[in-house]
Design a protein around this ligand. Structure first.
Ligand code: DAT
Ligand code: MG
Length: 139
């Protein structure tokens, strides 16, 4: 089933000049990038994006990190792309991520974990709309 998902190259990966390497991994998987831009979130914008985690102990630290520098946000498209991209990213904690995944290769720790990907069709819809207008997505 053709789907879209929201992907983010997080500030740790952007600051370490890993944009190209991560984009290469996505394209090598046969996943299409249908929207892409660089942004720097404010603390409030990061809190809005991660509102589902607002009760978590790491919410403050996570939203400080996500607003600490530029990110690359992308809309990815393909068959079953939500699960396929989650698999390509690897586990949230890079210490537990499988060999060959983006997080295993590029993430520093459970917070500075290089990339984000939506985890369901509902979150993908919310997250894509959070960053992109319809005009910015190629169809
Ligand atoms: P994912 O990004 O794999 O979907 P998540 O939705 O559970 O993971 O958490 C969102 C982000 O919050 C995650 O990418 C990094 C941070 N995070 C998650 N668990 C954490 C923890 N135990 N300590 C610190 N940061 C954490
Ligand atoms: Mg998540």
């Amino acid at each position: 089933m053709r789907q879209q998902t929201l992907a983010i190259i997080k500030p740790d990966a952007v600051s370490r000049n890993l944009i190209g390497k991560i984009v290469e991994r996505i394209e090598a998987e046969g996943i299409k990038i249908v929207a892409m831009k660089m942004i720097k979130m404010t603390k409030e914008q990061a809190k809005g994006f991660y509102y589902v985690h607002k009760e978590k102990p790491f919410y403050e630290s996570l939203t400080d990190f996500m607003s600490s520098g530029p990110c690359v946000v992308m809309v990815l498209e393909g068959d079953d792309v939500i699960n396929r991209y989650r698999k390509l990213m690897g586990a949230t904690d890079p210490a537990k991520a499988e060999t060959g995944t983006i997080r295993k290769e590029f993430a520093t720790d459970v917070e500075k974990n290089a990339v984000h990907g939506s985890d369901s069709p509902e979150s993908a819809e919310f997250e894509i709309r959070y960053f992109f207008s319809q005009l910015e997505i190629i169809n």
